[in-house]
Design a protein around this ligand. Structure first.
Ligand SMILES: CC(=O)N[C@H]1[C@@H](OP(=O)(O)OP(=O)(O)OC[C@H]2O[C@@H](n3ccc(=O)[nH]c3=O)[C@H](O)[C@@H]2O)O[C@H](CO)[C@H](O)[C@@H]1O
Ligand SMILES: [Mn+2]
Length: 348
């Protein structure tokens, strides 16, 4: 063998050896700590501690009886899926008993944030009392109330498994600032208190009431609510931020839907990313002397356009009391109350 062929043979030998080592590494790979199951059944996904169970893999209790699903009968006057194949939740598109039976054994915990600064404390009683009747009834719920007037938070009787924490926040001279500042406060709440012990979070406007069920059908990674005022509107006239110099900018011919600043949510990690990005962008705009057309709602719309929500809630999930019911709206679950802006906001 000449020197050249000795080199070639040893090269091939080394290559085969390397392949063998790689194969062995892959087949004998042990689970990383984060992938390990902790005290779970072999069926998997039953206990909250399983961390590698893929999102969306829903495990039904054995032999549960419920109405037969159909793909040819159901809601017909509304669209129940987006072009990126995220479900849009409407009354009649889901089975609440089936979903509750699936989520109950997962032992999930849900946080909700609500801000009541200045005169907005007047909305807390109805908000909290109706949440007891309709918001994730039977599940672990932790309400976080942010206010500058902790003494004005009403005592509302809460069912077992539900609790309320009052956080004190400073007031502000402008309602726009109170509203927009929520994003950063929610970001900090997730970092400091929720990220290790809470599964889902919903961030809600206080000037609203629950009228019907808001429950497990709304759970997903990143959840947006379609605004009741604009779901029939051409996107070129939606009230997105239209100045290219703003980080909330959405151009003509762009955007999907107009989402509410008054209700959004999802898994805490997702909502952390959302609130962090939106508050940073809001502050970057402020440095340039820009405030987006609808403050954090504009930044949320820009975020949700790029980061597609994995589930959309129809306007049933944030209606407005002054609006008459439309034919496609079969129930109203949560709705903004009629308010006298001039009387309750610190500025016009
Ligand atoms: C239904 C809905 O999507 N509403 C959004 C819309 O206007 P809205 O007219 O609904 O805004 P709003 O007056 O309800 O203010 C938003 C929220 O900020 C809090 N607040 C406001 C003022 C005040 O003096 N004290 C106080 O606590 C309170 O939780 C209130 O619910 O556009 C705003 C843009 O900034 C927000 O995105 C709102 O969420
Ligand atoms: Mn509101």
């Amino acid at each position: 063998m000449n020197l050249l062929s000795i080199k070639a043979v040893s090269g091939i030998f080394l290559f085969v050896l390397l392949l063998g080592v790689m194969y062995n590494f892959n087949t004998n790979r042990t689970l990383e700590p984060s992938e390990k199951t902790e005290g779970t059944s072999v069926d998997g996904c039953a206990a909250k501690t399983i961390t590698f169970c893929p999102e969306g893999h829903l495990k039904s209790p054995d032999h549960l009886k419920y109405k037969q699903p159909s793909i040819i009968h159901g809601r017909t006057n509304v669209v129940t899926v987006t072009p990126w194949l995220a479900p849009v939740v409407w009354e009649g598109s889901f089975n609440p008993n089936l979903l509750d039976a699936i989520y109950k054994p997962k032992n999930i915990s849900i946080a909700a944030t609500v801000f009541a600064v200045g005169k907005y404390t007047m909305f807390l009683k109805d908000f909290l009392e109706t949440a007891e009747q309709h918001f994730f009834v039977g599940f672990t719920v932790h309400m976080h109330v942010f206010t500058d007037k902790p003494k004005e938070v009403p005592k509302v009787k809460m069912a077992a498994g539900r609790k309320l924490t009052v956080h004190t926040v400073p007031s502000a001279d402008r309602w726009q600032e109170i509203s927009a500042r929520r994003m950063e406060i929610i970001q900090k709440l997730i970092e400091e208190e929720l990220q290790d012990n809470t599964d889902y979070i919903f961030c809600l406007d206080v000037d609203s009431k629950f009228y019907d069920r808001w429950g497990t059908e709304s759970l997903d990674r990143l959840v947006a609510v379609i605004h009741p005022g604009y779901y029939k509107t051409n996107r070129d006239v939606l009230p997105y931020e239209r100045r290219p110099s703003s980080k909330a900018y959405i151009g003509l011919g762009e955007g999907d839907f107009y989402y509410c600043g008054g209700a959004y949510g999802g898994q805490v990690q997702e909502v952390h990313q959302l609130t962090k990005t939106c508050s940073e962008n809001f502050k970057d705009d402020a440095k340039k002397g820009i405030e987006a057309a609808w403050q954090e709602e504009s930044h949320l719309n820009r975020y949700m356009w790029i980061n597609k929500p994995t589930k959309l809630l129809s306007p049933e999930y944030l209606w407005q009391d002054f609006k008459s019911k439309e034919p496609e709206i079969h129930t109203i679950r949560f709705s903004g109350v009629i308010k006298n802006y001039a009387a309750i906001r610190p500025n016009a």
